[in-house]
Structure formats: structure tokens, C-alpha cells
Design a protein around this ligand. Structure first.
Ligand code: NAP
Length: 277
């Protein structure tokens, strides 16, 4: 008789000690009384393929992937979802029973679900979104906003070429604005999103002028350390609805947990507490 295996999942990164995912998944496993474990795994780039190959044999049902492996896992996985291909990175692996490794990207889902939860009155079709940045996370944000029905994205990034690439990849609803002009389009935004690392603990301040903020706008930041960035504080003072970045981190984890452990977890106040604590 074969003994039922306890399902394992984890986060693969290098470094990985900073990751909040073990706290998050550990909280859900405990809350729902699921016999499973979620572990942080520091894996060097040279060992990535071998590690992923060995994991299913060790009882792993899947994994999250973080810096610097988000692009490399797409070469290793046997199947890559269309949205991961479009975004150009994967953050969730599913080890299927037939032996294939599927790579998906849930960042866009996490972003848009967090936005709907934090600003329930936000209607994507109200008007343009102003998006600052053009890095890896930004690609997921842009994909999810276009899918949600935002009519136009005014995209501004310090390195113009990266913004131009998003225009090329995502089409004419993405309009590129020079970084030095970003402040001039803030007033057009029904939604303002900061996807740069500016304003994060230990990083420079976001210096885009915000005088144009409309009180009717929804403003969100991908950064969650600090929880209330200067951008969110300024927006709150201007009467805007603000949504912090922690919820994106929590919601992006939901599809993976559900696939691995068979239960769709709630993102609620206790989840936030578990991760912040
Ligand atoms: P990334 O690929 O390295 O992109 C960084 C972005 O910040 C680029 O647009 C970069 O512009 C810009 N930037 C950095 N330093 C700058 C400066 N001094 N002046 C102007 N622009 C600057 O990083 P990422 O993975 O997209 O992550 C971006 C942020 O989102 C990070 O703070 C990360 O923690 C956060 N994030 C949060 C979640 C969540 O779940 N809440 C998920 C993913 C990421 P250039 O192109 O000009 O370099």
C-alpha cells in the first residue's frame, strides 16, 4: 500500500529570505487545516533546471518563482500559458500528474483583483490609466488593464526604449509619454499606477509632479514597503481613492494555492495581518 504524500510547495529565488510567500501560504495552510508545507528555496541560476526537474519526485506539487528566475523558468517548463508568454515572465509553476511543468503568471490577476477589492467603484472604462514604469511587473499590469477594458494607457518610463517596447507588444491603446512629461498627464488619469521601484524603502523618491491629481482618480502603488508610500499619501490628501500594493502580493498567490492544495483561499484582514506580522 502506498502512503498518501503530504503536498509540498515553495518559492524559488536567489536570494529568497526576503520573500513573504512562506508566511502567506503557511497562514492559509494553517487556517484551512491543510496537511501541506510551503518552503523558501534558495536556488542558484545554474541549478534551476535540475532543481525543478527533481521537485515533483520529492512530493512538490508546484512553486512560486521570484527574482532572478522569472524568465528562465519559461525555458524549462514544458507548457507556458499565453498570459505568461505575453508578459514575458512566470511566477507560478504547476507540476502536473502527467509529469509536465506548467508556467503561469498571476501578477496581473493579483493586480486587478486587488484594485477591484480596494476600489470597488472603479470602472475600467471611465478613462485612461497613467502607468509609471515599464519593468517586469509593469508588463503584467498593462496586460491586465487592457484585458479589463481600460480605453487607453499613458505609459511613462525613465528609459524610453522599454516603454516603446510595451507599445510595440501591447498595441496602440498604450501611448508612450516622455518621463519628464509624466506630470503633465496625471490630470488625465482616472487611474494612476506606480510600477517603478521609486518610493520603496531604500530607493529614491518618486519625483513626478502630482498637482494634476483629480479627486475622482484611483491611485495605486505596487510597492508595499512602506505600505503607504508618499504617492498614496499625496493622493489621499487630494481626495483620491488609494489602494496599496500588499493586496496584489496576496491575490497573486491565490491561483497557485488553489491549484496545489485544492482550496481557494480568502484574502482578508487576517491574511494581511499574517504577512505584515
Ligand atoms: P524592474 O523590472 O527592475 O523595473 C523597475 C522599474 O522602476 C523600471 O521601470 C525602472 O525604470 C524604474 N526605476 C528604477 N529606478 C529608477 C529611477 N531612479 N528613476 C526612474 N525610474 C526608475 O522591477 P519590477 O519587478 O517591475 O518591480 C517594480 C516594483 O514593483 C518594485 O518595487 C517591486 O517590489 C514591486 N512589485 C510589487 C509586486 C506586488 O505584488 N505588490 C509585484 C511585483 C513587483 P528603467 O526602465 O528606466 O530602469
Amino acid at each position: 500500500m502506498t502512503e498518501a504524500r503530504i503536498p509540498l510547495a515553495g518559492v524559488i529565488g536567489c536570494p529568497v529570505a526576503h520573500s513573504k510567500s512562506p508566511q502567506l501560504h503557511g497562514h492559509w495552510l494553517k487556517t484551512y487545516g491543510i496537511a501541506g508545507h510551503y518552503v523558501p528555496m534558495q536556488v542558484e541560476p545554474d541549478d534551476l533546471a535540475e532543481t525543478i526537474q527533481a521537485m515533483p519526485k520529492m512530493g512538490f506539487v508546484g512553486a512560486n518563482v521570484t527574482i532572478p528566475h522569472k524568465e528562465a523558468v519559461m525555458e524549462i517548463a514544458g507548457k507556458v500559458t499565453d498570459r505568461a508568454k505575453l508578459i514575458g515572465a512566470a511566477n507560478t509553476l504547476i507540476f502536473r500528474e502527467d509529469g509536465t511543468v506548467m508556467a503561469d503568471n498571476t501578477d496581473g490577476y493579483g493586480f486587478i483583483t486587488n484594485l477591484h477589492q480596494g476600489a470597488p467603484d472603479w470602472d475600467p472604462q471611465t478613462g485612461p490609466a497613467v502607468v509609471l514604469g515599464a519593468g517586469g511587473a509593469c508588463r503584467a499590469v498593462v496586460a491586465s488593464l487592457l484585458e479589463a477594458g481600460v480605453p487607453e494607457i499613458l505609459l511613462s518610463n525613465r528609459t524610453r526604449g522599454r516603454a516603446d517596447q510595451l507599445h510595440k507588444d501591447f498595441g496602440d491603446r498604450v501611448k508612450v509619454v516622455e518621463w519628464v512629461q509624466a506630470g503633465n498627464v496625471i490630470e488625465e488619469g482616472a487611474l494612476i499606477v506606480n510600477t517603478t521601484s521609486l518610493g520603496m524603502v531604500g530607493k529614491p523618491r518618486l519625483r513626478v509632479p502630482l498637482d494634476g491629481l483629480q479627486p475622482s482618480a484611483v491611485v495605486t502603488d505596487l510597492i508595499y514597503a512602506p505600505l503607504k508610500t508618499d504617492l498614496l499619501q499625496t493622493a489621499e490628501d487630494a481626495g483620491c481613492t488609494v489602494v496599496d500594493g500588499l493586496g496584489m502580493l496576496l491575490h497573486q498567490a491565490v491561483p497557485g494555492f488553489e491549484r496545489w492544495f485544492g482550496h481557494r483561499p480568502e484574502v482578508d484582514a487576517a491574511t494581511r495581518e499574517a504577512v505584515l506580522g
